[in-house]
Write a protein that binds this ligand. Structure first.
Ligand code: NAD
Length: 370
């Protein structure tokens, strides 16, 4: 790819291409009105790549991903590919990208838009203005540790085994990611583990403390047991800024935090790797939702999760935090005018299509320059 801001777009399957079309509208606007010189390359992943190439991620696509400044993915999968071999299934494309790019930190923000405050199952005063970020370790811990398996014991009963395992370096690198993010947010990190009952939790706490003392004394660090963290997230979520935690606890806590603010169609995510010596940061941005085959091809999908994922790319990959804010503010204003896709529809609001939602966000971006 040439110089400039290189974005690899992988729309994928189902509603992926529909929501990605709306992101392209935003990128075109940034180029046309702000001369930001984004260059977009597009390729196949998931089921679409299986149909074209017989595998869900080709080496050529992975190379494009490695060369790009950021990768934006729609979603993969669908009933059409449910019966393909396990190692070429659509999800393998996503795992291949994560592995190939060395992505170990998964970022899941929980951001509450004022217009959707009543859509949360929690009281408005608890979620109003909420803006927290969960950083989940993505490649280690109990989901990958060995020994693992199911064995039959001499008495004929069975035993299931998984191993929670973390090394110093695995903990330190995700801790660094969390501290770096806190520095461009509100400067606070809460580290969640179970140091009261797990040795891996004791090591986690020691290593996070070590990295903090040595490299990030300017950031405020607090430790919390993961079960207490789960309670605090519904009791008083605004006490948090960045939460860093392991793969298993992060899986659960990030889903809990996501639901503080409502619909799947609104939830972005990012996965980051280690910053290279030349400053390049491997990064994959994608909505939390899947390919939604039940509504695919009908112009019904909410594109906001994918647009917010692109806003994260503006912030973390392209050094454009002000443009990320401009985009988030445009979304907030569109919601405030009462436009809703079907998934976030509320009484008295106007139901709009994927395309109209995207166009309306671009119109608000225009207004931001008036
Ligand atoms: P899903 O997230 O695709 O859909 C769950 C429900 O939420 C559906 O009713 C869907 O219509 C709705 N929904 C999701 N995104 C929406 C949006 N942007 N706007 C409006 N409504 C939305 O989850 P699923 O149905 O369990 O999975 C469908 C397929 O997606 C499966 O093949 C699954 O393997 C795959 N999947 C992929 C990813 C990914 O690519 N990262 C993640 C989850 C599931």
């Amino acid at each position: 790819m040439a110089d400039g801001r290189n974005l690899l777009v992988l729309p994928g399957d189902g509603i992926g291409p529909e929501v990605m079309r709306e992101v392209r509208r935003i990128v075109e606007w940034l180029n046309r009105r702000l001369n930001l010189k984004f260059e977009i390359e597009e390729d196949l992943v998931g089921g679409a790549a299986i149909d074209a190439h017989g595998r869900s991620l080709t080496d050529a696509t992975l190379k494009l991903a490695k060369d790009a400044d950021a990768v934006l993915l729609g979603a993969v999968g669908g009933p059409k590919w449910d019966k393909v071999a396990f190692d070429i299934r659509p999800e393998a494309g996503l795992l291949g990208l994560r592995k190939g790019l060395g992505l170990f930190a998964n970022l899941r923000p929980a951001l509450c838009f004022e217009a959707l405050v009543d859509a949360s199952s929690l009281k408005p005063e608890i979620v109003r203005g909420l803006d927290i970020l969960i950083v989940r370790e993505l490649t280690g811990g109990v989901y990958f540790g060995t020994p693992r398996g199911i064995e039959t014991l001499p008495d004929g009963s069975r035993r299931g085994i998984n191993t929670q395992v973390y090394t110093t370096e695995e903990i330190r690198r995700v801790a660094r990611a969390a501290f770096e993010l806190a520095r461009v947010r509100k400067g606070r990190v809460t580290s969640a583990e179970k140091a009261n009952v797990m040795e891996s939790g004791i090591l986690w706490r020691e290593e996070v403390t070590f990295v903090h003392g040595k490299e990030y004394p300017d950031v405020k660090l607090e430790h919390m047991y993961a079960d207490n963290c789960a309670m605090q997230l519904v009791k008083n979520p605004k006490q948090f800024d960045v939460i860093v935690t392991d793969n298993l606890f992060g899986d659960i806590l990030s889903d809990e935090a996501a639901m503080l603010t409502g619909s799947l169609g609104m939830l972005p995510s990012a996965s980051l790797g280690a910053k290279a010596a030349d400053g390049r940061l491997p990064a994959l941005y994608e909505p939390v939702h899947g390919s939604a085959p039940d509504i695919a091809g009908r112009d019904l999908a909410n594109p906001i999760a994918t647009i917010l994922s692109f806003a994260m790319a503006l912030k973390y990959s392209f050094g454009l935090p002000e443009e990320a804010k401009r985009l988030e503010a445009a979304i907030e204003r569109v919601l405030a005018t009462g436009l809703r896709t079907a998934d976030i529809m509320q009484p008295g609001m106007a139901k709009v299509s994927t395309g109209v939602m995207g166009e309306s966000i671009v119109r608000e971006l225009d207004k931001s320059l008036e």
